[in-house]
Ligand binder design. Sequence first.
Ligand code: URA
Length: 434
Amino acid sequence: MRAVDIIQRKRDGLELAPAEIEFFIAGYTQGEIPDYQASALAMAVFFRGMTPDETLALTNAMLTSGAVLDLSDLPAPKVDKHSTGGVGDKTSMIVGPLAAVCGVVVPMISGRGLGHTGGTLDKLESIPGFHVQLSLVDFKRFLERAGLAFIGQTPQIAPADRKLYALRDVTATVESLPLITASIMSKKLAEGIDGLVLDVKAGDGAFMRRAEDAHALASAMLTIGKGLGKKVVALVTDMEQPLGRSVGNALEIAECIETLKGRGPKDLESLSVELAARMVWVAGITEKIEGARARVREALASGKGLRKLQEVIDLQGGDPRVCDDLQRLPRSRATTTITAPSDGRIVRIGCRSIGHAAMLLGAGRETVAGYVNPAVGLTLHKKVGELVIAHEPLVTVHSDDERRLSQVIELVSQSITIGQEAPPLVPLVREVLS
Ligand code: URA
């Protein structure tokens, strides 16, 4: 078999055989197939697409390019949740503890933020002392103890994706449905899970802005998950405005803690309960989704979810006292309040602009190697549809550096539209695919 023939067949629109895909991915991972041939294939896939069978073979080849965690000696069902990312999307720190309290083992391998979107690892690292670079042995040990642990991507997990994703990033081949599907699913399925709940975001602040594209991605990932023998549910959820009211790492952790105390924003609470319930249901702990929702609500109302988060923070080296005292989280040096220019209702909050503003403050990174400031970010006092009176606070900017403050204030002010009529309500969960 030769790499050039495989590239040519894909270039000409032919379907690749699983053996060809395996040969190419194995050769690329081991350095036998060079970057220039891998970029040519990625570009051919970008234009020609892949059939479900090809995408399945690609996912499998990427998954088996590295270690697949063996959690079979943990008796409970193992289920994770994956979100395609957005602004203020902090559900992992709520959903993980709630699902774990209900008896699910949740091995969360999470990512970092890039561009306008935040990342779970950056948020967790804003808790003083919290470690996400665990060895796989410790990861498993913590899962045994607490039923939940958070870890960053390791070199052992799906190394083919690590290499290929970096290449796609610089060859304009990221936005390819089969390549995205295989990339996400290979990493998730390497966690040794029995089931997966996918939260595919749609809207201005999401990777997929159009609901149709989010649906297509959800459906492709569902097909692959099922094809590899996993129980999968995908939710397409709204990302037209930030989730909750906080954007920025420590601010978001504080909001998660408040939500686990029953005092969080309603949109964040309801999506978190729904995602955790889907995990409980996928795990087979309840027969019906209503039963799963009731269990998750009980885990929330009883405070057990918060105690589980506290236990995990403690296990992973963080300061568990943050759960009782939010002042222990990093705080910015200055705050500035942006007020409403007129009376009316909030018609739109430009979600992507809010994400960019948070990144400019230092809450996110512009390049993969960039530093993230845990303390800075934005608090939204108003959400879409809410009434506002002139001069009322709209947004609090938490900053550490004067230099970009005026740019941030302008960006945030322009991203919020006040009108006279509330826009039609968009459901938070747009669609459920199973
Ligand atoms: N996230 C991933 O992990 N992979 C992609 O290809 C796109 C988003």
